[in-house]
Design a protein around this ligand. Structure first.
Ligand SMILES: N[C@@H](CCC(=O)N[C@@H](CS)C(=O)NCC(=O)O)C(=O)O
Length: 323
């Protein structure tokens, strides 16, 4: 685990000391956007055009943020337009690596960097910006034509996928409709702070206070969602929105990883009947199950975070993700 400083890889863990033991997530650095032909402005350096075959998505099958992007590839039928590969689940002193390993092969997505045959994800960042300073995170949306990173921010990558390629695919499903945008933003904000990032605040806290400060809001939000789902099929009503998929990637990892490894253990998702049914409903959405690789998920967290789990032993259970 490390980061780049002026283009050089430095092996160091998150700095929680300067934040009273709290984990503070840093901002993503590459924030460009892909536009359909009708909106694309070639003179704007932050604009990239929607084109079939031009982009590559690097994911980790373990990572909840990358998982969002992969789910949107499926929902928006982008598989034939955007190529995809994944990193190895182990993220150790060199950060994310592309080493192929038959023990972790996934039936749908190959481990590796088919574009440059790089060994490490940090090489993509320095190819895009030779002086880059910051964390080397996935997902990475890569432009093959200009050899750069379009975006490394999952919340924006899924918004790009939601609409930018509609003219090419003719898939008009809209998971962020204008009429619900405010509501979606509002619920996303709570879920991001207390759940998506909340599990990391608990797990990476290095003081008792920092951990406990993150734990209660996390379970308050799960209780709030359980109540909401007593009447709603999806978070905002009868239709799936972006907010559901942002929640899904955290819920599907919860009992297997966050409950034990990150000490979010007041309750399991399995103990919430409505959340449990909702999780199953999302899981059963066509093409979604193929995006979940529990072997990568468990191995990544339990094996990579040696300061949390020094033995690197990966638990066998749980056997049920939902009832
Ligand atoms: N804000 C980013 C966060 C991505 C992120 O933190 N990904 C994790 C994997 S779960 C990562 O690559 N961490 C490596 C690091 O922090 O050095 C996003 O949503 O895309």
């Amino acid at each position: 685990m490390g980061l780049l400083v002026d283009g050089q890889w430095v092996d160091q863990w998150y700095d929680t000391k300067s934040n009273q033991g709290k984990f503070v997530r840093s901002e993503s650095a590459f924030r460009n956007w892909i536009y359909p032909a009708s909106e694309y402005d070639a003179d704007n350096a932050k604009h990239f055009p929607a084109q079939a075959g031009r982009y590559h998505l690097y994911v980790s099958l373990a990572c909840p943020w990358a998982h969002r992007a992969l789910i949107f590839i499926k929902l928006k039928q982008l598989e034939d337009l955007i190529s995809i590969s994944c990193v190895h689940p182990d993220m150790l002193e060199n950060g994310w690596e592309f080493k192929e390993d038959s023990a972790f092969s996934d039936p749908n997505i190959a481990i590796g960097d088919p574009l440059h045959q790089f060994n490490y994800a940090h090489q993509l960042y320095t190819k895009a910006d030779s002086n880059y300073s910051g964390r080397v995170t996935v997902p990475i949306l890569w432009d093959k034509e200009t050899s750069t990173i379009v975006s490394n921010e999952s919340s924006e990558i899924i918004r790009i996928f939601n609409s930018a390629f509609n003219e090419i695919t003719n898939n008009k499903l809209d998971f962020y409709p204008a009429s619900q945008a405010l509501e979606i933003d509002e619920i996303n904000e709570r879920i991001y702070n207390t759940l998506n990032n909340g599990v990391y605040k608990c797990g990476f806290a290095t003081t008792q206070d920092a951990y406990e400060e993150a734990l209660q809001p996390l379970f308050d939000t799960l209780d709030f969602l359980e109540e909401k789902l007593s009447t709603n099929t999806y978070l905002l009503g009868e239709e799936q929105t972006e907010a559901d998929w942002r929640l899904f990637t955290t819920l599907i990892r919860f009992d297997a990883v966050y409950f034990g490894h990150f000490k979010c253990n007041l309750k399991r998702v399995l103990d919430y009947p409505n959340l449990n049914t909702y999780l199953k409903r999302l899981y059963e959405t066509p093409n979604i199950a193929s995006t979940i690789n529990m072997q990568h998920i468990k191995r990544h967290y339990y094996f990579s975070h040696k300061n949390i789990n020094p033995t690197q032993v990966v638990p066998v259970g749980p056997t049920n993700l939902f009832l």
